[in-house]
Write a protein that binds this ligand. Structure first.
Ligand SMILES: [Zn+2]
Ligand SMILES: [Zn+2]
Length: 344
């Protein structure tokens, strides 16, 4: 089969590769499409986790079951599948509490196992039992299902922030994750949705109809937020980008007892942030992290796509073939397309 193999920094090579045999507990999926994620771009430029040197990457995929091992229950040839990459151990302190995203032995498809930038993917028994290999609900296309993975983490982050009816939100970051926050916040009953960013993709951003857009390159984000909220500040600010500097903007933009969620990971080389601790202290702010998701969030994401609370067609603005995957990575990085699908 054809697959895109990460062979080192900025080296993604499309080549013929053997597909692992389908063992008695395994399944093989014929890939329909796989989205390029911010995480893939990070890996492309910084390398894979755990010192893994080479791997078929890609984890936001959908496809159709092609082969089923003799002992597998619940999957049949022809079933439509959407996947998320995380695999937990099921045994550690965190797994026992159901916090599988925090598993001490957290592994990922596309890092520890070959991923979705390929014609086929082999899903071993362990990944079926401890991962997120879910059936696509009726009425959701294979293409739309590719949005379920990034949407899962957004749904989990807003749940962790206890965001709800009548709340106001500032989203810092105008990439696909920022746009997903607009849609998810609206579906949860947001009263006011403000998004800030450098607006490289202003045109696509406007399609999501946030209440207010702030150009962070020319405006002071916290003072603009105060203007838009009668001096109060927002209930919740989400840092949906990999930029440390916006974290302080978030702290300065929330009301007293407001929440700040650090959603986006920042470069490993410079993770230290500067926050005004007196603002946190006197205003009783909560600053929390949000990372990945649990099983229910992926299922909720698929349902949110089915009920059209999320609009996959607004995200997938460019499709490339597997052969042109390097071009796809470049477009994703320059922000020309909101989200890119790779179709084998
Ligand atoms: Zn992803
Ligand atoms: Zn675990």
């Amino acid at each position: 089969m054809k697959a895109a193999l990460f062979e080192g920094l900025e080296k993604l090579v499309v080549k013929e590769m053997p597909l692992a045999e389908c063992g008695p507990g395994d399944i093989i999926i014929k890939i329909y499409a796989c989205g390029i994620c911010g995480g893939d771009i990070r890996n492309y430029y910084n390398g894979l986790r755990h010192g893994i040197k080479s791997q078929v990457i890609g984890h936001e995929f959908s496809g159709v079951v092609h082969e089923v091992g003799s002992e597998v229950k619940g999957y049949e040839v022809g079933d439509r599948i959407a996947a998320a990459p995380d695999v937990s151990c099921g045994e550690c302190y965190y797994c026992k509490r159901g916090w599988v995203n925090l598993c001490n032995d957290h592994k990922m498809i596309g890092t520890h196992w070959p991923g979705g930038f390929a014609e086929y993917i082999h899903i071993p028994a362990l990944v079926i039992s401890r991962g997120f290999i879910h059936h696509i609900p009726e009425g959701v296309s294979l293409e739309a299902a590719c949005l379920s993975e990034p949407a899962s983490s957004v749904i989990a982050g807003l749940e962790r922030a206890q965001f709800g009816l009548g709340d106001s939100i500032l989203i810092l970051g105008d990439g696909p994750i920022g746009c997903l926050h607009i849609e998810a916040a609206r579906a949860l009953g947001a009263a006011k949705i403000i998004i800030s960013g450098n607006l490289r993709r202003l045109e696509s951003l406007e399609k999501f109809h946030p209440d207010f857009i702030i150009d962070a390159s020319s405006e002071d984000v916290p003072s603009r937020v105060r203007e838009l909220t009668k001096g109060l500040g927002v209930d919740l600010a989400i840092c949906a980008n990999p930029v440390v500097a916006t974290q302080e903007q978030a702290v300065q933009s929330v009301r007293k007892r407001g929440r700040v969620v650090l959603f986006g990971g920042v470069p490993k080389t410079a993770p230290i942030t500067q926050l005004n601790s007196n603002s946190i202290h006197y205003n009783e702010l909560e600053v929390v992290g949000a990372f990945s998701y649990e099983t229910r969030h992926h299922l909720k994401a698929l349902e949110a796509i089915r009920t059209k609370a999320l609009s996959p067609e607004l995200y997938f603005t460019k499709t490339v073939s597997l052969d042109d995957i390097n071009e796809g990575f470049k477009s994703a990085r320059t922000g020309k397309a909101l989200k890119i699908l790779v179709k084998p």
